[in-house]
Design a protein around this ligand. Sequence first.
Ligand code: ADP
Ligand code: MG
Length: 495
Amino acid sequence: MADIYGILKNYYGYTSFRKGQEEIINSLLSGRDTLAVMPTGAGKSLCYQIPALCMEGITLVISPLISLMQDQVRTLISMGIRGAYLNSSLTPRQMEKAISNAKSGMYKIIYVAPERLEMPSFIDFACSQNIPLIAVDEAHCISQWGHDFRPSYMQIADFIAKLPKRPVLAAFTATATKMVKYDIINNLHLREPFSMSLGFDRENLYFGLYNPIDKNKFVLDYVKAHENQSGIIYCLTRRYVDELAKELQDNGINALPYHAGLEDSERSFNQNQFIYDKAKVIVATNAFGMGIDKPDVRYVLHYNMPANIEDYYQQAGRAGRDGEPSECILLYSGRDVRINEYLINKSEENEFLDAEEVKKHIEIKLEKLKLMTFYSTSKTTCLRKRILNYFGEVYIPPCNKCSYCMNLSEEQIKKVKVPAIDKELLEVLEKTRSQLAKRWGVPAYSVVNDRTLREMAIYRPKSEADMLKIYGIGQVKLQRYGKTFINAMKKYESE
Ligand code: ADP
Ligand code: MG
């Protein structure tokens, strides 16, 4: 039997599995195809990474976006797991090197873009290797009914059929309706899969709905009160983005804009500043988010009401992927409805659709806008219940984590609610983490996460053995960072 708890602690630094993880891991280890539908931040990656570590050979992970792959591989390496990615960001020489490393058994997990599965050189390589498991991440991309169909995902089954031995298949997604699930199972040719669905709820998120007279003042106060935290502010238009980013900058906050009107280089620069915590706030249109996986986003503010509840929940859901308490605040005004109507009516200048189809699309979008508006204006029940009901889930209120259930006022929500903790020590630890991040050339969250820092501040581990008891500290992190944190705490206490 594989020691999955040992792996969980040694590599990831965690002591218990979250809901669903152990069942999925055991299903894969027993050799059964598995389909898992779990909300963002539930911890899907570990569900295929741990089996990969237990199995002989190389596990392939199919992932749609280059930036996601790079992020995941960076995280693996930071935990001491031998991972690599093969995608178009590599030069031919780097690619050759990676393949030859792989052949010599250097990697346990390789991330690939689906396009690569069609390349003869890659197929030759795969056929020469032992591949016990293939994990398909963001598996909804295989369905036309999903929100992000990618034709190249349709090649996955053909690729698998070419392998000398059929691997176990695992498919993961955060969003799957019945139709999407059906497509995943059929298009991937899953065989009698074990299926796990955890629903949509994100328990660590607070949902707030406010109608401030002065949105800019609200945002400014809120951002100032959350100074040391990362946040995303979504606006409906590029103009709002530019203006709000400027106003924040004028008030001494390093907020950067992100929208499709910026040069590619500026966009990716701003995104990186955000990921590496050089800018705590990013002000963005809906162009921002796909392909970023920053786990420590503590709040998502919607400066405008989005066009529908799907978009809203997806964007708000970028908060708190690490499972820590985070806030999703929607600022509504009547004007937002009219802007959305204007954008919808303008959006359907599509050469592939005839006039009748265009009209129908617009009608559907306007209907969705109505439901979003209704959500934003009627203050009669738990917000979490209303969101989950929209997605067809039953929910029994109160959730005690929304502006309806908690009845928090605008003034109250602008303040940070910090638990009893030595704030000064926490700041020292945060500084230490930034220095380590710089030294290792990784984002701060990849050194250790916020909860790890908080636990250090509370328990103040003095030895390596105590340090290992802290959430998120595994063997590699202990060796790399343990001493530095312990010394920083010693120094703080002696002062
Ligand atoms: P998903 O792909 O489902 O959105 P991830 O795999 O990116 O989620 O995991 C989200 C975060 O949760 C990561 O920071 C991960 O380390 C953390 N996590 C996963 N499983 C556990 C666990 N059992 N205990 C504590 N944290 C976990
Ligand atoms: Mg994921």
